[in-house]
Write a protein that binds this ligand. Structure first.
Ligand SMILES: [Zn+2]
Ligand SMILES: [Zn+2]
Length: 134
């Protein structure tokens, strides 16, 4: 399995992650929408130990957005890079921060019940009102 590199907009923070994502999808929840300023985010879940910060640890900031999720972002340029799920030892990498295409493509749309009314889903992937079934 390969390694995928990623970085924030200003490139002060760089990371690498093994191309071994467990699941991937588009999240339309209001928290992902607000933190990205977009319709939502494409994320891939992976065990935390398969992820490494290569550079810019001192620029990484954390924001506890909910009881389950800590959003990690660059304090210089504001790019949100990943969310930590400390209770389960997983992180959700934002696919937009990656520099090449992971093997596992997004498989579904999640939290469609809170999707922005101005955004239309135009593909045929399965849609779940909240989390997909495990
Ligand atoms: Zn940055
Ligand atoms: Zn979300």
């Amino acid at each position: 399995m390969g390694v995928i590199n990623g970085n924030c907009t200003c490139a002060k923070v760089e990371f690498e992650v093994l191309d071994e994502f467990l699941y991937a999808g588009y999240c339309h929840c209001s928290l992902c929408r607000k933190s990205s300023g977009a319709s939502g985010v494409a994320i891939g879940g992976i065990a935390k130990q398969k992820f490494t910060i290569l550079k810019g640890d001192n620029y990484l900031q954390q924001f506890s957005r909910s009881a389950e999720t800590v959003t990690c972002f660059c304090s210089h340029c504001g790019s949100t890079l990943y969310g930590e799920k400390p209770n389960v030892g997983l992180i959700h990498i934002r696919y937009g921060a990656l520099n090449s295409c992971p093997t596992l493509l997004p498989q579904a749309h999640m939290h469609v019940a809170s999707k922005a009314d101005w955004y239309q889903i135009l593909d045929d992937l399965p849609q779940f009102s909240e989390f997909p079934p495990r």
